[in-house]
Design a protein around this ligand. Sequence first.
Ligand SMILES: Cc1cc2nc3c(=O)[nH]c(=O)nc-3n(C[C@H](O)[C@H](O)[C@H](O)COP(=O)(O)OP(=O)(O)OC[C@H]3O[C@@H](n4cnc5c(N)ncnc54)[C@H](O)[C@@H]3O)c2cc1C
Length: 398
Amino acid sequence: MVFPFQSIEDFKIEVNEEHELFRKAVREFVENTVIPRWQQVEKENRIPEEINQGMKDLGLFGVGIPEKYGGQGGGQVLTAILTEELARGIPSLAVYLGVNSLYAIPILMFGNEDQKKKYVTPIAKGEKKGAHANTEPGAGSDVAGIQSKARKENDHYILNGRKIFISGAEEADYLVVSARTSPPGEKRWQGISVFIVEKDWPGVKVGQKFNVIGMRGEQPNEVILEDVKVPAENLVGQEGMGFKIVVTTYDHTRIGIAAQAVGIGQAAFEKALNYALQRETFGQPLINHQAIQFKLADMYMKVEASRLLTLWAATLADQGRSEFIIASSLAKAFATEAAEWIARQSIQVHGGYGADWEMGIERYLRDAVITTIYEGTNEIQRLTIVRTLLRQAMGMRV
Ligand SMILES: Cc1cc2nc3c(=O)[nH]c(=O)nc-3n(C[C@H](O)[C@H](O)[C@H](O)COP(=O)(O)OP(=O)(O)OC[C@H]3O[C@@H](n4cnc5c(N)ncnc54)[C@H](O)[C@@H]3O)c2cc1C
């Protein structure tokens, strides 16, 4: 039974030797340059320059961006592999990289040639940074509910609004911003547009940092837009296409959130296994207790199931298949909830040490919680899954 897919052949994962060579290179970087700095990242709540430079030297900022615009031309599978490896080291590093996709995908998919050359090329090279500003105090899941306004005046727009929880806002040079160019029409989602805004333009301010539960190193900020003059040529796509641009972006980027969760789950599992081999209780290694063995087996089951779903969704996306949308929702919701569970079990296996910050275990739970919320909460993923199933059941293609 393959419903809602067409054929058993839809369940393929396409990985090759090049992916593995790339993975090994990233693993080496993470082991040598990233992992030794996890405490610094947690304490300073920023990504150190040595890590940023290392990522730049390896060309990691451009992995998912076409070669034509200065990137490596890798697809979703390669990006997922990269994201998992980074998150296995320091999960917030995967967010640091992920905001690149959140910023670049709407421009690459809907922008014009000039916008791609001017605003994506420096991002691919790691020379500039981007951020994606959609969420507002009154609207997150409900993208159609945004209130920011863009008023057309001759050859430019005047933007006003307040965006919250914007990852990468502090370091960003450019922002992709959604705003209403007209009131909702017959449908609530009508009348939204997307713009590229340079952060140093008058009227753009980065406000408070949100002290969220996890992802220390890349926590989001408020962004305030006050009478920001944006040239009309910085409108992405057509006026009124904004809702489609934003939700299509999340269809793609949530594969990255699933991959973050796989990296978190993998790290928390590996740490638990190693600890169980070293720690002795009641005169024998922890691993000899069947209750611990079962816990480790369950943790590992969830890691591999999450990885398979994530790489499957990424493969479908790389093949240009519309079915990747339901697959990426399945992967995002499953992998992030699995990571949360695995992180919690890893703390349990470590006992009191697991609850101590110094051990570096409890951070995985804090980071995993965030992955269940952003780029479409898991409730919203479930809505996407059910709606796709219903459409298919009523005879429409997925
Ligand atoms: C660390 C972090 C980083 C972020 N980075 C960015 C960023 O870079 N750019 C950006 O634009 N945004 C960003 N966000 C915002 C994030 O995408 C939103 O927080 C998320 O989409 C949820 O929106 P909300 O917070 O408004 O919650 P709400 O939409 O108010 O939802 C509240 C709760 O109700 C549930 N809910 C809502 N509607 C329904 C429904 N129809 N059916 C069932 N349940 C429902 C939700 O799942 C949630 O549990 C970030 C958030 C965090 C925490």
